[in-house]
Write a protein that binds this ligand. Structure first.
Ligand code: TYM
Length: 339
């Protein structure tokens, strides 16, 4: 039996190199693994938990579908679909709401972080992890490949699955979060002590977006924050380090490591004779551009065929419904709803 993999990404902004390294790039690898049955979802209902411009959101959803294809996700090998096209997610979230203690949601660190930034905190923002649990659980998912920031949400989905199974009998598979050993938390280039995030990607120099112009990518990396070592007369040591002072260098080395698929030792060897951080930044910019340029070129071709993208979204939604609707019926029946 193949192991079911489910993951998702919000269409709230063009995806950045953190999303790519922490999640999407790993999805492309999983797709080639014959032991996995992969489902990747554009979670537009999650995007609504903070204010969105409707026209922009719709465009971004289509743009993200094109980006899925441009990075190498293949609708013939994986199920690719838009969350709101399959009503199981919203309906399933309601059912799970009715067994989830509110105290579990109040503890979510992402809710605390995001709500500080909002003038009005919407109910959907608090409920966001229950919708995410519905995404995962109604597909009988075994593995959830995500970046570090989503680990707590996957753990909540596990707790919800266990609670349901306890009250209504063995129903949901209890899913495992799959966090990469490297690159699960790419930091902002402007501030390497905080995570690179879509909500800050409008800030100049914070993120590298997959569709950015090579000149902008180079500029952002060349200006990225390292440490005061760059001011000394001696060439600074360029090594992986957990030292907070070296977080910027560590972040650049991590991006370089993941994108070149080299070991830490081989990466440090590449920079053993570097004259300074400028050499490191130049090398990172080159590697990032060599990865993003072909994606950008493919994306601009794919996005021009809107009808084909819409056809693929419909196809994906049909496949997704065929998997999740039987589980929804089962859960409704167990909870006492008349079918
Ligand atoms: P989202 O859209 O914020 O991010 C998509 C994926 O990118 C990872 N990620 C990062 N990885 C490394 N470094 C970073 N700086 C970084 N920033 C983001 C995220 O961990 C994520 O894997 N709630 C989810 C989407 C979701 C989902 C799901 C995921 C909805 N339903 C079901 C898995 C399963 C989110 O907002 O991801």
């Amino acid at each position: 039996m193949k192991r079911r993999v489910f993951s998702g990404i919000q269409p709230s902004d063009v995806i950045h190199i953190g999303n790519y390294i922490g999640a999407v790039r790993r999805w492309v690898e999983l797709q080639e693994n014959p032991e996995k049955d992969n489902i990747f979802c554009i979670v537009d209902l999650h995007a609504l938990t903070v204010p969105q411009d409707p026209l922009v959101l719709r465009d971004r959803t289509l743009e993200l579908m094109a980006l899925f294809l441009a990075v190498g996700l293949d609708p013939m090998k994986s199920t690719l679909f838009v969350q709101s096209h399959v009503t199981v997610h919203a309906e399933g979230a309601w059912l799970l709401n009715c067994i989830t203690p509110i105290g579990w949601l109040n503890k979510m660190t992402q809710f605390k972080d995001k709500s500080i930034k909002q003038e009005t905190i919407l109910t959907g923002l608090l409920d966001y992890p229950v919708l995410m649990a519905a995404d995962i659980l109604f597909y009988d998912t075994h593995e959830v490949p995500v970046g570090e920031d989503q680990k707590q949400h996957v753990e909540l989905a596990r707790n919800i699955a266990e609670r349901f199974n306890y009250h209504y009998g063995e129903t949901f598979i209890v899913p495992e979060p799959m966090i990469g050993s490297y690159g699960a938390r790419i930091m902002g280039l402007d501030d390497p002590t905080s995570k690179m995030s879509k909500s800050s990607s409008h800030i100049k120099g914070h993120a590298i977006r997959l569709l950015d112009d090579p000149k902008d990518i180079e500029r952002a990396i060349m200006r990225s924050k390292t440490d005061s070592g760059s001011m000394t007369d001696h060439a600074p040591e360029i090594r992986f380090s957990k030292d907070i002072e070296k977080a910027g260098v560590n972040n650049l080395l991590t991006i370089y490591q993941v994108l070149t698929s080299k070991s830490q030792e081989a990466v440090e060897q590449d920079f053993a004779n570097a004259r300074g951080y400028g050499d490191l930044k130049k090398a990172v910019a080159e590697v990032v551009i060599s990865v993003t340029e072909p994606i950008r070129a493919r994306h601009s071709e794919i996005i021009s065929d809107r009808a084909e993208l819409e056809r693929l979204m419909k196809l994906g939604a049909e496949k997704a419904r065929a998997i999740s609707e039987p589980r929804l019926r089962d859960v409704k029946h167990k909870m006492g709803l008349s079918l």
